[in-house]
Write a protein that binds this ligand. Structure first.
Ligand code: COS
Length: 384
């Protein structure tokens, strides 16, 4: 066993840490208030290569493995969550379908634009009737010769407001659904019949937007099927594989945010004096700090191990769900304790703790709820 982070990844971790401290954290509250990331910051993210972390070098990305990518996500998540969310779809759910199952032509056309951040990509699976039950999508794609006509409504689509291209999950055979009846398309902004709908109002994650996508007799050629003609009906597996990878990165986001909260709590508990001594000298606060640190330690070990397994080419369906489940639930426990340690100040808008508390609540829901992760783990266990 070797627990050393390779030197090149450690250097990259340092670079991202500096970028977070110098560029992102100072505008974190501003972004929260304005609900918008300034364009010059997005440009700096492009220049650092953050939009193409896991896209192979031959398609213009940095070609990082899973461990490298989660180390970046962990650092980026120590500030306002919207920054990570801005690059998240390009690195994950918005590009991975094309990378895993796209034709060579699709990879060569789309991935360099996504990796450079010139284009923003999004992933359109969720619908009013298809959240956890992903195979129940109602958006239809009907074949008419060499074209498909797409009709339906997607919602809660991260970065849909700025997306130039979307991976769109449709039903092409209602009888077969998850087994041969779901098809994934890649569709560009500006395609007739493809519109952005309402931008949704959320509890948190300000600065990162989700919106509806509307398909109204949107006509796309067979060539827009991810993987082309042979992949008709195979889109459910594409979507599932995309989500598997996303689950590890969500674990990294939860971990980074938890570490930041612990660091804030340690500093605050040394400064804040009550009953004549810093609150870190009170056993009740010490217990909370100790529990937070212990859970973070456990989460980091399982995340890095699962990332390492994936980098060895192993299937990590069960492990990815375990990571998403444990890390995101852990982060909410950590955030709850952080608010408690900060007391009244933890409930105030000027403190980042309040923001983390709201933002982290989403992590147990998006990219697969905790309940879905348990279902996946149990199925894998009983299959083995
Ligand atoms: N990788 C590859 N193939 C997979 C897979 C995976 N991770 N998970 C399922 N499949 C395959 C199965 O093997 C099966 O194919 P075969 O019959 O050829 O073996 C097919 O897909 C159907 O699988 P299953 O029977 O498990 O489908 P279900 O409809 O029961 O749903 C869950 C499975 C619940 C796991 C799925 O609906 C899911 O992940 N839901 C959550 C979706 C989500 O995360 N939504 C959040 C919004 S999107 S950001």
């Amino acid at each position: 066993m070797d627990f050393q982070i390779p030197e090149n990844l450690r250097m990259m971790q340092e670079t991202i840490r500096r970028f977070v401290t110098r560029e992102l954290e100072p505008i974190s509250q501003q972004v929260e208030q304005e609900d918008h990331i300034p364009e010059d910051i997005v440009q700096k993210m492009r220049e650092l290569g953050l939009f193409g972390l896991s896209i192979p070098e031959e398609y213009g990305g940095l070609g990082l493995g899973t461990l490298g990518e989660i180390l970046v996500y962990e650092e980026l998540s120590k500030t306002n969550a919207c920054f990570r969310s801005r690059i998240g779809t390009n690195n994950g759910i918005g590009s991975m379908g094309i990378l895993f199952d796209g034709t060579e032509d699709q990879k060569r056309y789309y991935l360099p634009k996504i990796a450079s951040g010139e284009w923003t990509a999004c992933f359109a699976l969720s619908e009013p009737e298809a959240g956890s039950d992903a195979a129940n999508v109602q958006t239809t794609a009907e074949r008419h010769g060499s074209y498909f006509i797409i009709n339906g409504l997607k919602h809660f689509i991260t970065n849909a407001d700025v997306a130039d291209v979307a991976t769109v999950i449709t039903v092409t055979d209602k009888q077969k659904r998850a087994r041969g009846g779901i098809t994934a398309f890649v569709i560009e902004k500006g395609t007739p019949g493809f519109y952005r709908g309402t931008i949704e109002r959320k509890m948190g994650l300000r600065g990162s937007h989700t919106a509806e996508l509307i398909f109204d007799n949107c006509r796309v050629p067979v060539d827009n099927i991810i993987g082309g003609e042979p992949m008709i009906g195979q889109g459910f597996k594409t979507a599932m594989r995309v989500l598997d990878k996303g689950r590890l990165t969500m674990g990294a986001c939860a971990l980074g945010a938890s570490q930041k909260l612990l660091d804030l709590c340690i500093d605050y508990s040394k400064e804040r004096v009550q009953f004549g001594k810093p609150i870190c000298k009170h056993q009740s606060v010490q217990n909370m700090l100790a529990d937070m640190a212990t859970e973070i330690y456990a989460a980091r070990q399982m995340l890095y191990h699962a990332a390492w397994l994936r980098d060895q080419g192993k299937k990590v369906i069960k492990e990815a769900s375990m990571v998403k489940l444990f890390c995101t639930e852990m982060a909410c426990r950590v955030a709850d304790k952080a608010v408690q340690i900060f007391g009244g100040m933890g409930y105030m808008k000027e403190m980042p703790v309040e923001r983390f508390y709201r933002d982290l609540r989403l992590y147990r829901i998006f990219e697969g709820t905790s309940e879905i992760q348990r279902l996946v783990i149990a199925r894998e266990l009983t299959k083995e």
